[in-house]
Design a binder for this molecule. Sequence first.
Ligand code: ADP
Length: 703
Amino acid sequence: MVAMESRTIEQLNSENIVLQEKVAELSAINKIAHILGTSLEFEEFLDQFIVAIQDIVKCDHVLILVQDDQETILQYGASNFKLPGDQQSNLEGLRIGTFQPEPGSIVDTWSNGNSVWAKPQTNEDNLSIKWLSTYLKTDSFFGTPLRSENNLIGAIIIDNSTSGKPIEKEHQYWLETISPSGAMALQNARLHHKTVRELADSMREMYILRQIDRELSDTININHVFEMTLDWALRFSNAQSTSLALFDQESNTLHFLFEYGYDVPQEQLDIIRQEYGSGITARVANSGYAEVVPDVSMDPDFVRMATNTRSQMAVPVMREDRVVAVITLDSKKLNGFTDAHLDFVQKLATRAGVAIDNARLYEEAIREREKLSHILNNTADMVMVIGNDERIILINQAALNAMQLYTNQDYTRRLASETFEHTALWATFQRAKNSGENIIEEVMMPNERIFHANLRRFEGIGWIVVMHDVTPYKEMDKLKGELIATVSHDLKQPLSVMNGYIELMIMQQSVTQQGLNSVHMIRKAMQNMRQLIDDLLDLAKIESGIKLNLEAVQIEQIIQDCIEQVKPAAQNKAITVINNITETLPAIMADRSRMRQILINLIGNGVKYTGTEGWVKIGSEIKSNTLRIAIQDNGMGISPEDQIHVFERFYRVRRPETDNIEGTGLGLAIVKSLVEAHGGQITVESKLGEGTTFYLALPIAQS
Ligand code: ADP
């Protein structure tokens, strides 16, 4: 209290003033801080910032400079400076470099955290102040830096040129008071602005990449892929020029395919490259790693192709682990490429790599297709592919000829029924379709030629039909058959005469015992010869189209008869013949005696080619409309090489173990012809030394 009383009115007044000043200072800072919280929109923030500065500092004009994203310049942010006429737009173009500023220049002073007070007399000595005074059309201004964590992020410039009042210490005081919180507010607004923009950029990037993917997947032209890639790279990275070079790893050479935006003429580019090499592009081609060079003047490898290039980015286009091309982008800005630019161009390069692959694969596929179609159209074999929808996928010239279709018409996509229903192949195709099995058979085509047809089902495709013209073989075969038939017939007659005399000699008993032995040998040989001739004649008859006496027969009964018939031979070798058919089988349409001939042959062979104490088993199986009879033995077996030939005439397997077995090699040929005459099929499965199974597939009679 005592102290209080001792204070004078003056003292109190001056304390009051200090207090008021402090309050004013606080309220000014508060005001700036308030802006920080209210506006997120960058432009709006800058406008409000100007109003607040003007309000607190009490000056005529305010100009706020802000640093650009690359942090290389201070540029116009917002202002209420009024320059005469068209110079207002100049103001908005105001840019001051911050990269390596001259010592003592405005930027240098600001970077060090100091304000600049330009007065007419100082303007003359300091070039940068003089330049800015002229630019802003004012001879006195005050500029204070906006710094965040010691980095220059902007500046505030004020002047009083309208009112003509000089800038006072007070102005300086207020401006410097609010600048730290102003800088904080600016930094926040910038960060927010940057985040929003980055978000928009990544949205844009996503959108563009989607579009790129769509366009690239539609493109099969490699040059077009490159052109599009460069166009997007240029647009997205704000580069001024770009090139794309193909790289050949073997010869280590770059071939520049596209170049955009260089101010040096094309011929000169080539000359420069010949003389100085391809600089950073070549480096990236060799390393396979993308590079961003923020300042080309610092890179010893850089080769200048455009006068104003200041930074460069080069990205490799890879296929598997090889560099196939390099995209190079030039910017006239220092540090002109951000991580986002690099990331985007790398994504583009990846896509271009895939697109190149696709385009190459497509070209290869086309080439292969042309080759294949050339081969297909020049082969004498009929080739046809039918899709699952029963439409023609492929049909070659030979097929068109054989079907007597128009050779100059395109039958692809046509229905199979429209294309070959008129041919015998249609029935074969229907059978293959209904049974789901592959079919191999001979078909007579409308051009009256006989084809060996092979119909195969391919999952996911449909059916492939390959048909080989066997007409010449058929004709030769027929001739051979006729010849054999004639000769055999002519042989039969002298054979009968010889046989008569032999029998007479035996009856007359006019020869010695030794002579009689020889006569018996001759009789045996003649019997074999007769068997051979009978077989030959029989085969010729069957092949020329025998008339079968078809009736519904129960094959299990015939099998039982045949077993009885071969029993003596089997018993001689202690071979067991086992009939595994116990149930009644569906009837088949067959010629009873021919069916017996078939089965005797097969069961007889089983006994003939099986060693003592072996077995022969007969079984059956029903599969859709087919009755399958299996005649299995555990005899000597047939090698795969011999299996293909056993149904041929006169084919006999030559092995030591078959040496003493008699035969003509005609049995299976007759069996095959007979089975086929019945509309059936015969196949063999065998393993040498283990045994053989013959399968007889016969169509079941439709009741
Ligand atoms: P062959 O009169 O020689 O018996 P085939 O036409 O009946 O004539 O048979 C042709 C050849 O097939 C025979 O020579 C024989 O080597 C072989 N073969 C036939 N059936 C069998 C079988 N069940 N086991 C082993 N080989 C056989």
